[in-house]
Design a protein around this ligand. Sequence first.
Ligand code: G3P
Length: 217
Amino acid sequence: MKPVIIVNFKAYERAVGKEALKLANVCYGVAGQTKAKIMISVQSSDIYMISRYVGIPVLAQHVDCLYGSYTGSINMKSVKDNGAWGTLLNHAEKRIDFNILEKTVKECKKIGLKTVVCVADINEAKKAKKFGPEFVAYEVPELIGTGRSITEAKPDSVKEFAGLFKNAKTIPLCGAGISNGKDVRTALNLGCKGVLVASAITKAKDPRKVLEEMVCR
Ligand code: G3P
């Protein structure tokens, strides 16, 4: 089975604004050629532009579920109406309180915005599972951006994490340091259905090559 690959553009220079559209097109191209389930998580200000041109699921990197006087917030309905298919929540670089997380997953469900809840450990994974998001992604914060894959550094934890979702609707992913096809295969062998990846793609000289290798190897 083809892995789910969520490419998180974060705010990398080569993954924002017009550059984000180029990278999104690369992801779209690889998804089309390989039939892989590739999704992209982009700056909320780029969602409209990208979702108009690119036929793969586009995610926000964070949303808020509040209405009212909240200047600077990223409203979930706004991102949905501008073309987002879903959103990351509680990423290690955008942590939120678990009570707010629960409410946000619930509110996103009501408006049909899919959620990918990020967790930093097994206890958080257990809590997040109860909220019933579409995906839970396990990322060890210290490994993010290091090129040292969670699948190599913490295989037992990844396996335990994936085991929590054996008969659940929620799909388990892992991320942090994922660098190549071997890391993706190991994630699948440990029971995850795919990965969340950023720097290996956003900083690559040839992102297409890296992504193709991740999907096809
Ligand atoms: O959201 C994915 C991310 O946090 C992992 O980053 O650069 O280690 O692939 P990276």
